[in-house]
Design a protein around this ligand. Structure first.
Ligand SMILES: *Cc1c(COP(=O)(O)O)cnc(C)c1O
Length: 378
């Protein structure tokens, strides 16, 4: 830290992104990227003419992309918010709906207290939620998952009155487990003064979107991304769907920070991706099939694997620690994600790659297990 840094920010616990090594070529199963390239239409859209237009600012309202998303999800453009990756939207949501005015007891025009607001989320979930809470000095309440790593909706129905933000990833990360629409609806109904953010980063891989509920619930904020299912992690494009009033609040933050945060190339790529939705659906199908195959193969090798509706599996070996599996695979050129956190340190999160990549993974795990048996025999 330099002597110039705001001391109030010096102790921040930053987010730890998955490794993006530049030294050697790994089979990358550690950051839930798609193994497939963006659609041919996307590649064609990011062309020289579009690049020449980079001298001009992008449309701060991203009208073309908003219209395409509204048409795709059968809502109005006023129900769509766009930003530079969904992490950006999560950040805005924590700032807009959970940060309070410390030391005052003002309320907004609807009488919801501004001070004393909190953020609620599971103890095991996306690592950015506690980081944003910390950044904005929000009191975070981490609600433990059940023994089987599922979320108990009842825990979120007894949070009391008062404002704030409940964040739930559905499917959850890194477990891959889902909530039903009924369960989400219970949480929405029990918390009319809180925003309920459903982070649907992985929803296209087999979970049910909460989208049908936005007409009925003014406190529902759905966040999705082009990073995983649409093969565009490097483009940084996330979107939110909600009633117009919540979207307006997010626009207020965006226009107070960086109105041009969707660049021209990303915007063109996003519109082209939506115009080639069959390609995206086929990729999701392939990934789900490969997930099914991989889960069975891991179970055959003695792994415990949670049922996943995402593009990753959360798996525990029966005779190796999570760290050992991670390290041995890394030495063999395969990266998976390990979290050194008490409840889950025996697990690893394994992104679903191509069928061939997963076959290589399984072959390598078999060899690792064989070596252990050899070492154990004197
Ligand atoms: C990957 C991920 C995101 C962030 O995605 P970007 O749009 O790339 O910023 C958000 N939430 C969850 C749960 C994720 O896994």
């Amino acid at each position: 830290m330099s002597k110039f840094m705001n001391p109030a920010l010096s102790g921040l616990e930053v987010y730890t992104p998955g490794e993006q090594p530049q030294d050697r070529k790994y089979i990358k199963l550690n950051t839930n990227e798609s193994p497939y390239p963006p659609s041919p239409e996307v590649l064609a859209a990011v062309n020289a003419r579009e690049a020449a237009d980079l001298r001009l600012y992008s449309d701060p309202e991203s009208r073309g992309l908003k219209q395409a998303l509204a048409a795709r999800y059968d809502v109005e453009p006023e129900n769509v918010f766009l930003s530079n990756g969904s992490d950006d939207i999560l950040n805005f949501a924590f700032l807009a709906f959970a940060a309070g005015e410390s030391g005052t007891s003002s309320s907004n025009s609807n009488g919801i207290a501004a001070a004393g607001r909190k953020a609620w989320f599971p103890d095991i979930t996306y690592g950015f939620y506690p980081v944003f809470a910390d950044l904005h000095r929000i009191e975070a309440v981490q609600i433990p998952l059940k023994e089987d790593f599922s979320i108990d909706p009842a825990d979120y129905c007894v949070l009391g009155a008062g404002g704030g933000l409940i964040s739930i990833a559905n499917p959850n990360a890194p477990t891959g487990l889902t909530l039903t629409l009924r369960q989400i609806e219970d949480i929405l109904r029990a918390n009319p003064d809180k925003v309920v953010l459903i982070d649907e980063a992985y929803v296209d891989f087999g979970a049910q979107s909460a989208l049908p509920l936005i007409r009925q619930y003014e406190n529902l904020l759905i966040v999705q991304t082009f990073s995983k299912s649409r093969s565009m992690a490097g483009a940084r494009l996330g979107f939110a769907l909600a009633q117009a009033s919540l979207i307006q609040d997010l626009e207020t933050i965006k226009f107070s920070t960086n109105p041009y945060n969707i660049n021209r190339l990303t915007s063109a790529a996003g519109i082209a991706a939506l115009a080639s939705d069959t390609y995206f659906e086929e990729n999701c199908e392939k990934i789900m099939k490969t997930r099914h195959w991989t889960k069975a193969a891991l179970e055959d090798l003695g792994f415990t694997v949670l049922p996943s509706a995402a593009n990753f599996l959360f798996a525990r070996a029966d005779n190796l620690s999570g760290m050992e599996v991670y390290q041995q695979l890394k030495a063999r050129g395969i990266l998976i994600r390990h979290f050194e956190k008490t409840r889950i340190r025996d697990f690893n999160r394994i992104t679903i790659g191509t069928r061939q990549e997963m076959e290589t993974l399984i072959e390598n795990i078999k060899e690792i297990l064989k070596e252990i048996i050899r070492e154990e025999k004197p």
